[in-house]
Design a protein. Structure first.
Length: 245
């Protein structure tokens, strides 16, 4: 799906890889999935990798799996944005109290501020607003606090939560409503939490779940390749992953 942009002819073409819900654990399959994501990012030569929550499955991930995760993130070799999800949220038991993702290199940016934070990539004319999860409960609103970036740059929002369509009643935690997406002023909304590829775009904003690159059956294992193009608009391509066996 693509939408033509107006007045952005001076912006560079920017390519993103959007993934989420890798759920690294002690399971070899989850580490295989992470490696497949990194390989796709390198082979596609994207500018930025976005991991929209649940990189880790819990706070009890064994140290060898943590070390492999750091090694894979180091291999990306380009900016990586990681937010906490509901499985690796930034509460008192968070895995991020013992794991420093920045040890993978200065290209890794961990957005752990519960209120959300703005990350700037000036060489790409790109601003990423990222907000992960501190408390996964019905009061948590993942898009709360977002302020639109300078309209003269590319604007990407990254968060993690449960989509609720117009007219739908839900008591689920960390809700993201269709109306909230409709009111956003950004070029792309990168979502995590649902383990399937899904387009929840609204007029003026492309919004997608990437799905999980790790599922036991692996037939739905994919990532989103997103192109921000000043003339052609925002293009989203679902790329299937090849896992090593």
């Amino acid at each position: 799906m693509s939408e033509k942009l107006d007045g952005d002819g001076s912006l560079p073409v920017v390519r993103l890889l959007h993934t989420s819900d890798i759920h690294v654990s002690g399971d070899a399959g989850s580490l295989d999935a992470l490696a497949a994501v990194v390989t796709a990012a390198v082979e596609s030569d994207v500018d930025v990798v976005i991991i929209a929550g649940d990189l880790f499955d819990s706070s009890r991930v064994p140290e060898p799996a943590v070390e492999r995760t750091i090694t894979e993130l180091a291999r990306v070799g380009r900016p990586v944005v990681v937010i906490p999800g509901n499985h690796d949220c930034v509460d008192e038991r968070s895995i991020y109290h013992r794991v420093n993702l920045l040890s993978a290199g200065g290209h890794v940016r961990f957005a752990g501020d519960p209120a959300g934070e703005e990350l700037r990539f000036d060489e790409l004319s790109l601003v990423v607003w990222a907000r992960g999860i501190e408390s996964h409960d019905p009061d948590n609103r993942p898009l709360a606090g977002y302020e639109p970036a300078d309209p003269g740059v590319w604007s990407v929002v990254v968060t993690h939560g449960h989509y609720v369509g117009d007219g739908e009643q839900s008591d689920r935690s960390s809700q993201i409503s269709q109306a909230e997406i409709r009111q956003l002023r950004c070029h792309y909304l990168a979502l995590g939490h649902w383990h399937r590829f899904l387009d929840v775009s609204e007029p003026g904003v492309q919004a997608y779940y990437s799905g999980s690159p790790w599922e036991p059956w692996r037939d739905a294992s994919s990532v989103n390749l997103v192109t921000l193009h000043p003339d052609e608009g925002v293009r989203v391509e679902r790329r299937m992953l090849e896992h090593q066996h």
